[in-house]
Design a protein around this ligand. Sequence first.
Ligand code: ADP
Ligand code: MG
Length: 444
Amino acid sequence: MSISKNNNQEIWKTALGEIETKVPKSSYETWFKFPKTQGKQISEDCFLIESESVFISEYLEQRMYSVISDVLSKLLDKELELKFKVLGAPLHSEENTKNSLQDNNRLSLSLNSNYTFENFVLGASNELAYAASIAVSENIGKTYNPLLIYSDVGLGKTHLLQAIGNKLLEDGCKFYYLTCEEFTNEYIKAIRTNKTELFRNKYRNADALLLDDIQFLIGKEQTQEGFFHTFNSLHLSDKQIVITSDRPISSLKLLEDRITSRLSGGLVVDIQLPDYETRLDILKKKVLLKGIKIKQEILESVSNKLYHNIREMEGSLNKILALSELTGKELDIESVEELLGTTDTNSYFADPEQIILKVAKYFQIEISDLKGKSREQNLVIARQIGMFILREDSQMNLTTIGLLFGGRDHTTVLHGIRKIQADAATNQNLRRDLLAIRSSVINN
Ligand code: ADP
Ligand code: MG
């Protein structure tokens, strides 16, 4: 069978017309519109789609394969394999493609479409990180660069990073989202195949690099070197870099201080453990996303339990959903309590004395001083921090908290809590203290 050039162009244009009716207008404009893409049948059973950039090619292959394939098979009346490449680039044979750097380094567009800003619940614990992520995604390279998001595991770093990615995707920006592990594998491979130049160019051409879990670079000196160069060339040309880490940069112990100092040169935001209200809101959001109805009192009970992080709380929710599916009945609070363990042994920060103990330990002071009358500055702050954590995490009322702290009245408690709340918004060190104390309570 021979297919003329014109004929090919006709086919592809007709296909585009069909595709235009099947995908959102903005997607069509960004990814398909002629002459961004051109298509031709290159053999009996293979159709080649060429595009302006690697980025578009990879996007089409990963996200639009089935749409294109459906349209073409209807049009040509047969199933064809699709191949994608950049206009003018040589077409790799199957074997070559497998081994080529580009293929292996395919844009990790494996973004979870649920990880959006809309689906991210705002609370005092994460509002800075959220605001910074929004700012960055709306003005890449120009606001905070690099942006580093830091928290314990399971508190929403990946969610936020991918929310940035999903926004950039929508806006048609060129970016790479990948984990440091993927980055490392790719870099090692580039070295082994003498393709570090290609590696560098690839990232240099993007508008943004979103790199998840940088702690993975610890101990990998060669990759750190590669990371450093990539980082520099992007940073020098005002390309946006966003990085997540599950430990503070200072303890990352990355090769040479130069990396650490570059990272600290941008904005570092952290995510803390969410308070009760935020946990409840997150549960409600998750339930809504899953399209299921669960009684408010059950959600309240779930969000009132002891969790190390949100991921764990979602685990509880999934258990409940599984149970409800199994039994086919609407759940009552008793069966949920039984499933998740009683509130007695499991309630969130159940033991206030534990919190007080941990606060004292953290600041290396005596419990008696913490509860005592001294107005010494460091004691006052430690006391206020203790009150704040008790209030946020146990929903204990102000009077009871006052009693625990040596019989102070509720206005004193309220004043202390407000003070910490206000300071935490701007004081990184304070936020770090809070995080450390709360972690120590949980990981008791
Ligand atoms: P990390 O990367 O910090 O380990 P993830 O981003 O994977 O954590 O978050 C774990 C889970 O908790 C995800 O399902 C995420 O959607 C959810 N989650 C965390 N924080 C929030 C939030 N503020 N709103 C909604 N979901 C959240
Ligand atoms: Mg993560």
